[in-house]
Design a protein around this ligand. Structure first.
Ligand code: NI
Length: 305
C-alpha cells in the first residue's frame, strides 16, 4: 500500500509541475505580446519611445545598414540605413532644437536667386526632409521677389548677399563695391526686416581690402556641382554623392529647374546616408567654429586660401 501511495503522489507531483510550467509559458507569452503591442503603439507621433529613439546619438544608429532586394529577390545593394532612415525621415532628428552635433553635415548653398519656381521647389524639398540651406541672393531678384525672401527665412533657411548686379567686386572701386553690397541688404531688410548674415562675392572674387571692410563673413565653397554647366539633375546628384564629405559647402544655383529637381533627389539621399543638411552658419555653430567677420570659409573647419 505504501508503495502504491508513493507512486500516486509522485505522479500527481509530476502533473502539477507540468501544469505549472505551461502556465508560466502562457504568462510569458501574454507579457511579451502585450509589450510588443505597447511598443508598437508607442511608435506613434510624440510617444516616449519616439523621444528616446530621437535622442540616440548618431553613432548609436549609424552603421546598422540594410540591403534591399530587387523584385526578383536579388540583393540590389545598400539602400541607405534603415535606422538612420527612421531617425531622420520619420522622427525628424535634425530638428535644430535637438541637433546631433556629432553627425556628419553639409551646407547646400544656392546662388543667383531667388526665383519664384525653383527657389519654392527647393524650399519644399528641404522642409520635407527637415533640412535647411543658405541662399545667396542677387539684389535685382531680391527686389523683384520679396515674398521669396520671406519664405526663405520662414523655413529656417539663411539669406546671404551675392551683390546687387552680380558684379566682380575686385574690379570695382571701394564705393561701388560697398554700394553693390548695401543695396542687397536694403532690399532684404525692406522685405523681411532682417539683414543678410553671410556674403559670397560673385566668382568667389575678393581681396584682403574687401575682406577687411565687410561686416559679415565671406562664404565660398569646396564642392562645385557645376549645375550651371550640366543643367542635368542626375549629373548634379552623381557629382555630389561621389564627392560629398563631412563639412562640405556645396555650390548650386536656384535659378535652374534641373537644380530644383536635383535637390529633390539629393536631399533624401544625403539624409539616408546620415548627413544633416543645414545652413552654413548652423554648420559652423554645431561644429564649434562660429563664422567670424574678416574671414573667408571654403569649408567649415578650414579657412580658405
Ligand atoms: Ni553667382
Amino acid at each position: 500500500m505504501n508503495i502504491q501511495k508513493n507512486r500516486y503522489q509522485l505522479k500527481g507531483t509530476k502533473n502539477l509541475h507540468r501544469g505549472d510550467s505551461d502556465f508560466w509559458l502562457y504568462l510569458i507569452f501574454v507579457i511579451a505580446a502585450s509589450t510588443f503591442c505597447i511598443l508598437l503603439a508607442q511608435l506613434s507621433h510624440g510617444s516616449r519611445l519616439r523621444v528616446w529613439y530621437y535622442k540616440l546619438t548618431h553613432n548609436e544608429v549609424i552603421g546598422k545598414g540594410m540591403e534591399h532586394m530587387d523584385q526578383a529577390g536579388r540583393t540590389a545593394g545598400p539602400a541607405g540605413n534603415l535606422l538612420t532612415y527612421y531617425r531622420f525621415q520619420e522622427f525628424g532628428a535634425s530638428n535644430p532644437e535637438e541637433v546631433d552635433v556629432n553627425a556628419p553635415m553639409v551646407a547646400l548653398t544656392f546662388d543667383d536667386g531667388p526665383n519664384p519656381e525653383c527657389t519654392s521647389r527647393i524650399l519644399k524639398a528641404l522642409s520635407d526632409n527637415y533640412s535647411r540651406a543658405t541662399f545667396f541672393v542677387v539684389g535685382t531678384n531680391a527686389e523683384k521677389y520679396p515674398d521669396m525672401l520671406k519664405e526663405v527665412l520662414g523655413t529656417g533657411c539663411e539669406l546671404g548677399n551675392h551683390t546687387f548686379n552680380h558684379k566682380k567686386l575686385t574690379e570695382l572701386d571701394d564705393a561701388e563695391a560697398d554700394e553693390q553690397i548695401d543695396k542687397v541688404d536694403r532690399a532684404v531688410e525692406a522685405a523681411t526686416g532682417e539683414s543678410t548674415t553671410v556674403i559670397r562675392p560673385p566668382y568667389g572674387a575678393y581681396d584682403e581690402d574687401l575682406l577687411n571692410r565687410l561686416e559679415v563673413p565671406v562664404v565660398l565653397w569646396d564642392l562645385d556641382t557645376e549645375d550651371w554647366d550640366s543643367r542635368n539633375a542626375q549629373a548634379v546628384v552623381d557629382n555630389v554623392l561621389s564627392k560629398v564629405k563631412d563639412g562640405d559647402i556645396i555650390l548650386m544655383h536656384d535659378i535652374y529647374e534641373s537644380t530644383a529637381e536635383a535637390v529633390e533627389i539629393l536631399v533624401p539621399k544625403l539624409k539616408e546616408q546620415g548627413y544633416m543638411v543645414v545652413t552654413v552658419s548652423e554648420m559652423a555653430r554645431y561644429k564649434g567654429k562660429e563664422l567670424e567677420n574678416h574671414k573667408a570659409y571654403g569649408k567649415i573647419g578650414n579657412t580658405a586660401q
